[in-house]
Design a protein around this ligand. Sequence first.
Ligand SMILES: [Zn+2]
Length: 479
Amino acid sequence: MADAKKQVEQITSQEKDFAQWYTDVCLKSELCIYSGVKGFVVIRPYGWALWENVMNNIDARLKKMGVTNVAMPVLIPEHLLLKEKEHVEGFAPECAWVACGGDDILEDRLAVRPTSETVFCDYWHDVVHSYRDLPQLLCQWGSVVRWEKETRPFLRTREFFWHEGHTLHATPEDSLQFTLDILYMYEDFIQNDAAIPVLKGKKTEKEKFAGAQATYTVESIMKDGKALQSGTSHDFGDNFAKAFDIKYLDKNNKLTYATETSWAISSRIIGALIMVHGDDRGLKLPPHLAPIQVRVVPIRMTDKNNVDKANEIYNNLKKAGIRTDIDLSDKTPGYKFSDCEMKGIPIRLEIGPKDIEKGVCVLVRRDTGEKLDVKLSELESKIKETLVLIQKNMFEVAKKFLDDHIDVALTKEELISKMNNKKGFIKAMHCGCEECEIELKDETGISSRCIPMEQEQLSDKCVVCGKPAKYEVIWGKSY
Ligand SMILES: [Zn+2]
C-alpha cells in the first residue's frame, strides 16, 4: 500500500491550500499538463474525454432547440473588430495579433479570435435579406485566444475551448426570448448533468458583456466559497446590427434592423466540476459526464481465473452501454484503488478469488465511499441503479453546500463582516449605481454576481449608499 499512500499524499489538502489542491488534482488526475507555450495547457486524453461528454450533452440540447453548427474563420481583421465600439474596447487589450503572413507584412492586421460576434455579423450582413432568412440559430465549437496575464488550468488559460452560439432574430422580443431559453437550457445541463446547483440571474450594467444590452448568467459556488460564472447568455438587441448594417425586409416590405444574441459555456466548467465535487482524494465526477463510469479491478493478477472473470464482467458491462474500463496493469490493488479515486470514477468494482467463490464482487462508490457486496447475477442492474443514485446524491450534497453558504446583509458593515468571517455569497439590496459596485469591489474585492431571477425584498435601501434600492443582488468573490 506504500505507493498508493504516496499518490494521495502528493496532493495538498483543500484545507491547507485550496489553490494548490486544485492544481494538484488537475495534474495528478491527468486532465491536463502545462505546455511549452506560456499560458497554454495540453488537455490530456482523460480531460478531453470529459470535455467531449460536456460537448455531447450540450450539443444534443442545442439541436433540439433548432441550432445548427458552423465554422467561422479563426482570424478576424482589425477593421471588423473596430466596428462596435464597446466590444472592441472590451477585447482589444487581450487580443493576440497576426501581423505577418509568410514574409508579407499585413496592412490590416488580424486578431486571433477572442470571440466571434464580429465575423458572424459580417456573414449575416451578406446572407440575411428578408424576414424569410430569420431566425439564424448558429453555434460554433472551437477555441479562442485571450492574452491573460495570470493563468490557471481550465479557469483562465490563454487558449480555451467553448461553444459560442450566435443567433439573429426579427424582433427585440424574439432575441430576448432566445437569450432566456438558452439560460434555462444551461441551468438544466449544469444542474442535471454536471450535478452543480446554479443561481441564475441578470448581470448588472457594470458586469455585463462588452456591447450587450443585457447579460444573463448562471453562477455556481466552489468549495472555497468563491463564485464561478458557469455560463452566460447575452442579448445584444440591435447594437451589432446597427454597427454592421444587418437589415432585412419585413413582411410589410420595410427595412428593419435584426436583433442578435450570443452565449457560451467554456472548458471552465471542468474547473467547476473539480472545485464543486472534488475532495482530498482527488476528482469526483458525476456519472452523466464521467469518461469512465465503472472501473473493474481484479485483485490477484497472477490468478488466471481471477483475471478472466474480471474481463468477463468488463465485457458484459460495456455491452450493456455502461462506460467501463479495466485496470490490468501490474500495479498493486492499493495503487489501483487510489488511482480510481484520483480520477473520480463513480464506481469501482473489486473482484478477487474469494469473491468469485461466493459469486459476488465489491462495489465501491466514489461519492460516499460506501462498499457493498453485489451478486454477479445482479451486477448490471445494480450498477445502473447506483449510477442514478450517485448523480442525485452529488447534486444534493452540492445544493446543501450552496444553501448553507448564502447569507443576507442589510448594511455595508454587515456585508463586509460576513464576507470576511464566512465563505460564500451574500444577498443584499442595490440601488443600481455603478459607483456603489466599484466602491465595494475596491474596498473588499466583492463583486455583484447577478440580479437573481427570483427577487426578494430584503429592505428598501441600497446596502452601500442607503439610497432607495432597485433590486436584490447576489454578491461574492469570484474566479
Ligand atoms: Zn447604492
